[in-house]
Design a binder for this molecule. Structure first.
Ligand code: GDP
Ligand code: ZN
Length: 448
């Protein structure tokens, strides 16, 4: 626990004026207490955080944290926070400035905040002539909230598409950046509010996610990194040829999807470059494992239209090596997207990728596609080797049937998965992939 904020205030600064929040806290060495307009008890504390702004005098912000106490044996019954109220270069200065607020003003703000509807309703698209809001709520920017979806983010600026279809550049409210709170990712559904001076928009709240695509930091640093939120499916795109499909890489994409509990499907593009039977034989094992496989040619217009049925209205992460035709496919499906189509080159064939950071593109008939630099950065770090087997859906009916409970399905006698391989119900190539990836996970050096 942090010490009561009052202790940080210079004693002579505030002792004389108990009518201010800082003065009260310095004298009593604890947060100020109020009875809210709802008849419940609240303590008012000052908290600070980086605002995410770089200009002088606004780097740090202070806000009020009201904790609600309930019962005879008081327990914390929730809390209410204000937006940033004072700004300064340092936390201490911002805190001191807020400490000069009069207790009466603090109490008034508390009553405004508890009168605000919670959770905030999405703002109506445009209601210039709306009936006047109750006076208390009208002063509080937190009372109105507008929902949106995060499309991209770089350098602290996030692009959010509002429910009304507008695109806004917003910053993340400082407090949401604190360690321990959820990081923001593309695909996140958020609530916006206008900034303290009405000169911009900030993300006030990140709404609960229905799914995430996460990875460990590529440099081996600890901690999960969110690639995208609220994803419905992973779409692994490969070319039938030029570049040659890399099934081990495909297996990794599918494991990442399974590891994140996401549905997956496969697109094999440039189908006109090969004999259809040959390529179908190669991907038959995936179809049998339950992954839908779509064979397409952008060049010849084969298999494109039916992709609408599986992409429209959903959020899909497109991933695959450079040069397989991801941008070409999406541009053909959704002409407004205007994704850059790269010229295929030797370096592309080696797997070079140039995009940095995931980008989410809204689709005209609803849903989004997420363009990522490649799921290879997602990696499989953090997946315990003993969980790898359940990331192969075709193994699942056999799991639990092996002689040994901790069977690794590689060399063990009485292994039901190996029996499936011998019987031809499990593809030998998929099992081979499994064994190699298992060895990598056991040795702790997953490599691409
Ligand atoms: P991305 O890197 O996966 O986004 O791939 P691009 O869409 O940039 O396409 C890479 C190259 O493949 C471009 O030269 C495209 O014109 C070409 N390409 C895309 N689709 C097809 C296809 O169906 N057949 C053939 N032969 N080439 C294609
Ligand atoms: Zn086994």
């Amino acid at each position: 626990m942090t010490p009561p904020p009052g202790q940080h205030l210079p004693a002579d600064h505030s002792k004389g004026d108990e009518g201010t929040l800082g003065g009260y806290m310095a004298v009593h060495a604890r947060p100020a207490a109020f009875e809210g307009a709802d008849g419940l008890s609240y303590s008012a504390d000052i908290a600070t955080d980086a605002t995410g702004e770089h200009g002088p005098g606004r780097r740090a912000g202070a806000y009020l944290l009201f904790v609600r106490w309930t019962g005879d044996d008081p327990k914390i019954g929730g809390h209410v926070e204000s937006g940033f109220l004072t700004f300064a270069d340092t936390d201490a200065e911002a805190r001191e400035a807020l400490g000069r607020w009069r207790l009466a003003d603090v109490k008034q703000l508390l009553d405004r905040l508890i009168a605000a509807p919670e959770p905030p309703a999405p703002a109506p698209p445009a209601a210039p002539e709306a009936a006047p809001a109750p006076a208390r709520a009208a002063v509080d920017p937190a009372a109105s909230g507008e929902r949106g979806v995060v499309l991209s983010g770089t350098g602290g600026i996030w692009v959010v598409r509002t429910a009304a279809g507008e695109t806004r550049e917003v910053s993340l409210r400082g407090r949401l950046k604190q360690a321990g709170t959820l990081k923001l990712a593309v695909g996140d559904e958020v609530v916006l509010e206008s900034g303290e001076r009405g000169d911009g928009w900030v993300i006030r709240e990140i709404l609960p996610r229905r799914s995430t695509l996460a990875r460990q930091s590529p440099a081996g640093a600890r901690g999960e990194r969110l690639v995208a939120a609220n994803v419905d499916q992973v779409v692994a795109v490969f070319a039938a040829a030029n570049p040659e499909p890399h099934t081990r890489m495909l297996d990794r994409f599918l494991i990442i999807a399974e590891g994140n509990s996401l549905a997956a499907r496969i697109i094999i593009n440039k189908i006109e470059l090969v004999q259809p039977d040959e390529v179908r034989a190669r991907f038959d094992a995936y179809q049998r494992a339950g992954y839908p496989v779509h064979y397409t040619s952008v060049k010849r217009g084969i298999g494109i239209e039916e992709l609408h049925a599986v992409l429209d209205g959903r959020t899909s992460v497109f991933s695959g090596p450079s040069g397989v035709g991801k941008s070409s496919l999406l541009n053909t499906l959704y002409p407004g997207l205007n994704l850059r189509v790269g010229e295929i080159s030797a370096s592309v064939n080696k797997g070079r990728h140039t995009t940095v950071g995931a980008l989410m593109h809204p689709l005209p008939r609803g849903g989004f596609v997420v363009d990522t630099p490649g799921l290879r950065e997602v990696g499989m770090w953090g997946l315990p080797p003993e969980h790898l087997d359940r990331c192969f859906p075709e193994f699942r009916p056999m799991l639990g049937e092996c002689k040994f409970r901790d069977c690794a399905h590689t060399v063990e006698p009485g292994c039901a998965v190996l029996a499936g391989v011998r019987a031809g119900t499990i593809s030998a190539a998929r099992h081979d992939s499994y064994a190699k990836l298992h060895a990598e996970l056991v040795s702790g050096t997953p490599a691409w």
